[in-house]
Design a binder for this molecule. Structure first.
Ligand code: GTP
Ligand code: MG
Length: 660
């Protein structure tokens, strides 16, 4: 017997009671809370697609200017109107109250819930699966003390064969005694999310975009369906907490902060996790405690700060590789401007870049978060442009001489700072944000980078609305999207640089093919990596797309077909744009250069070869980790692994990587 209450918490405030049988995407798009009670998980057939909710998704976005504000993603919705700092703190606090448990299947949720309730009130459970059929549940308790209690009572198996690390990364073993059949819960219903990490398949996403009612609506659907959801955020903050916990004995004030697209509001589902490790974030109380006569003993820092950071990062890399459950594919990239450790967290399925002393990047994320929150159109527009770039092969997941998502985001923000003769801009300039900063907004990094700007989004919006002498910009997403391509089609990248500081282009200070001035670190070029060829290609693609937007249909084709039949219809709007290579090949597009639309294979960087070399070490380490992940199956294997990772070998491998 399966019953469920499904609450669709969107602008329409629909509340329906149905048997649980719905598309994951619908759930993702609406932030549907599923409360199970009297569930028999074994018979539950979840997430079969039904079409009856499709019109609801479409409707919800049509002409609904507030749609993105009332995010579908339930946890996200709670943090939506928070300041960046409060959002980060709330997520960090949530991670402290959470554990991650590997389970046999989603059917284990009920038993796990019952088991966890012995240790305290369970606030929520979020199930997800990863390739290879491993299933996990993120359990959120009401109090951090509940987590401490359950960890205290947890144990290792084969203790002699594993490194007995204690962390909130656990697995749920079979009970010693058989369970009572037909067991029903006496606990109050706990929200349980199943398959919370599912990303819509490309074909499914295409159908949803095709079924939208307008071009603007397509952009909103794309944003809602592909942005990082609540579980994605939870897993990223728990991944950060793992490093924090591992080092907290040495640095009790340590903070490992997510930054980049995981927190700046521009994150896509499955985006990477950028982390910065701050040994003492507040750089606390040395002066306040100057009267205190008890002083810590500590080792002296090396005189060369960069060398010190590199050596610390190297040690950190060893710790992550050898001690932390789930961490694999560890690569040390220590010669970069910002040295990083790259690794994969197999249990949360997140690719991580860990750095130290990178506070300006954290403030950059805050700046982007504020700009994204200050107008509902910003994030969907950035998503659409980033998706466009990915679809036509302009961006690439590996770093190289092509434009990055971060630079593309800055291009969109800069475009939104522009104003016309009568209409004001959508976004303020950084100078405006600096001039509005209050006393609580003062931030200067330890490297001396001034990151002071207004943090209060509502105050910023109020200023934008009240100070403009021009008409407010009320363009819809379609107009803004088209305008973006028109704007950059005529932008002179050869002589001009982009500056978000005053929202105007400036003369290029050097000969870089593309120059996007770093808004916080003056004098640095964010797009320094972009080659001449790639800049040229970008310029052609801007023109190409501007032209295509004039020629492709931006409204759905008139049809008498039902919604489910429509999906196979001729592409229009975004779909037509993303599927352009076929139409371009037919010669419809005058700007199209066949060899450029499908990017030529980019020659592999020598550095990538070195990376692969290090991967081998990480790989063999992972292969030795049997399920449950990271439990080495024998002493022999463990000593083999440690043998392979002898300091001399690790140093040799990382030296090769250093040459990047
Ligand atoms: P995706 O990972 O592609 O989803 O986007 P992202 O915004 O996270 O970009 P990325 O992982 O490349 O960089 C992470 C963050 O580092 C960015 O959001 C910026 O805050 C910062 N960042 C990236 N590149 C630069 C740069 O060239 N200069 C500075 N100062 N910060 C950068
Ligand atoms: Mg990133």
């Amino acid at each position: 017997m399966l019953k469920g209450i499904v609450t669709i918490s969107n602008d329409l405030s629909i509340k329906i009671c149905v048997k649980l049988n719905m598309s994951l995407l619908v759930r993702a798009c609406f932030g549907i809370h599923i409360y199970y009670y009297n569930c028999n998980y074994v018979t539950a057939k979840l997430y079969k697609r039904t079409s009856y909710l499709l019109p609801a998704l479409r409707k919800s976005t049509v002409g609904n200017k507030n749609a993105p504000k009332s995010s579908s993603h339930e946890g996200q919705a709670a943090t939506q109107n928070m300041s960046f700092e409060n959002m980060v703190e709330s997520r960090r606090e949530e991670a402290c109250r959470s554990i991650l448990v590997q389970v046999h299947s989603e059917q284990s949720c009920f038993h796990l819930h019952k088991y966890c309730c012995q240790y305290g009130e369970v606030k929520g459970m979020h199930h997800y699966s990863l390739p290879g059929s491993s299933h996990f549940v993120l359990v959120e308790f009401t109090h951090k003390a509940n987590v401490d209690h359950i960890l205290k009572c947890s144990s290792h198996v084969n203790r002699k064969e594993v490194i007995p690390v204690r962390s909130p990364f656990l697995w749920f073993r079979a009970p010693n005694k058989p369970l009572q059949p037909n067991h029903t819960s006496s606990e109050p219903p706990t929200p349980v999310e199943i398959n919370g990490n599912n990303i819509p398949a490309p074909a499914e996403l295409r159908n949803w975009i095709q079924a939208a009612e307008s071009f603007s609506d397509q952009i909103l659907v794309l944003h809602r369906a592909t942005s990082l959801n609540d579980l994605g955020s939870r897993l990223r903050f728990l991944t950060a907490r793992q490093i924090e916990l591992a080092l907290s004995g040495l640095f009790p004030q340590i903070t490992v902060m997510p930054f980049g697209s995981s927190v700046n509001g521009f994150g896509k589902a499955a985006c990477d996790l950028d982390l910065v490790l701050l040994a003492d974030k507040e750089e606390t109380n040395d002066e306040d405690n100057s009267d205190c006569r008890i002083v810590f003993h500590a080792k002296t820092l090396l005189t060369n700060g960069r060398t010190q950071v590199q050596r610390h990062m190297e040690t950190l890399g060893d710790m992550v590789q050898m001690l932390l459950p789930g961490c694999s594919h560890v690569r040390r990239i220590l010669q970069a401007r910002v040295p990083i450790i790259k690794y994969h967290q197999d249990l949360t399925g997140v690719e991580c870049d860990l750095s130290m002393t990178n506070m300006s990047a954290l403030y950059m994320s805050e700046l982007l978060y504020i700009l994204g929150a200050s107008d509902w159109r910003v994030r969907p527009l950035v998503f659409a442009v980033r998706s466009w770039a990915r679809e036509i092969g302009l961006t690439n997941p590996t770093p190289g001489r092509w434009i990055t998502n971060f630079s593309l985001t800055l291009l969109v923000l800069f475009y939104l700072q522009q104003h016309s003769k009568h209409k004001g801009p959508v976004l303020p300039t950084l100078n405006t944000m600096i001039s509005l900063a209050g006393s609580g907004d003062h931030r200067i990094t330890s490297e001396g980078v001034n990151c002071t700007f207004i943090r209060d989004v509502s105050q910023l919006c109020h200023h934008m609305a009240s100070s403009s002498k021009k008409l407010p910009n009320t363009d819809n997403l379609e107009t803004l999207f088209i305008g973006f391509f028109e704007f950059y089609s005529s932008f002179d990248f050869t002589t001009h640089a982009i500056s978000l500081t005053n929202g105007t282009s400036v003369t290029k200070p050097d000969h870089s093919p593309m120059y996007i001035a770093n808004p916080l670190e003056r004098g640095l070029n964010v797009s320094k990596n972009v080659s001449h060829d790639e800049t040229e290609r970008l310029r052609i693609e801007f023109r190409n797309t501007a032209w295509m937007l004039e020629s492709v249909s931006l409204t759905p084709h008139e049809t008498s077909l039902t919604v489910s039949q429509k999906k196979a219809d001729e592409a229009w709007g975004l779909t037509a744009l993303f599927e352009a290579p076929q139409s371009a090949a037919k010669g419809r597009n005058i700007f199209y250069l066949p060899t450029q639309r499908v990017p030529p294979p980019r020659i592999m960087d020598v550095s990538n070869l070195f990376q692969q070399d290090t991967d081998e070490v990480g790989d063999s380490f992972v292969r030795d980790s049997a399920v449950p992940v990271n439990t080495l199956s024998s002493n022999k294997q463990q000593s083999e692994v440690q043998g392979r990772l002898k300091p001399s070998k690790v140093a040799k491998v990382s030296r090769r990587v250093h040459r990047r």
